[in-house]
Design a protein around this ligand. Structure first.
Ligand SMILES: [Zn+2]
Length: 98
């Protein structure tokens, strides 16, 4: 197909058309809505969790109350299977060398 100015304009119009909003996958929208609703204002993200998870592991290994010292990390670990896995792997690794 030969690309003419006319067909290029048509392609751009299709991309920027507000009509495309209604074409969003409803399951994606549902997931987005659920994500917003379960987000607490004081909740931390995976990045913050990752930055503090080593402290959390150290406290756990020292038999200290890690959940009380770092409640937001505890909260995130309960919600996020990925970070939970990371935490458990780190805990197991440090336990094995302790
Ligand atoms: Zn996470």
């Amino acid at each position: 197909m030969k690309l003419t100015t006319g067909s290029l304009k048509e392609a751009i119009r299709r991309i920027v058309s507000p009509r495309s909003e209604g074409e969003m996958d409803p399951t994606v929208l549902k997931q987005m809505a659920r994500g917003i609703m379960t987000t607490r204002p004081d909740e931390i993200g995976c990045l913050e969790c990752f930055e503090q998870v080593d402290q959390f592991v150290e406290l756990t290994l020292a038999d200290k109350n890690a959940a009380e010292a770092l409640p937001l990390v505890e909260d995130h670990l309960n919600r996020c299977p990925g970070c939970r896995e990371e935490f458990e792997a780190l805990l197991a690794a440090l336990r094995s060398i302790a």
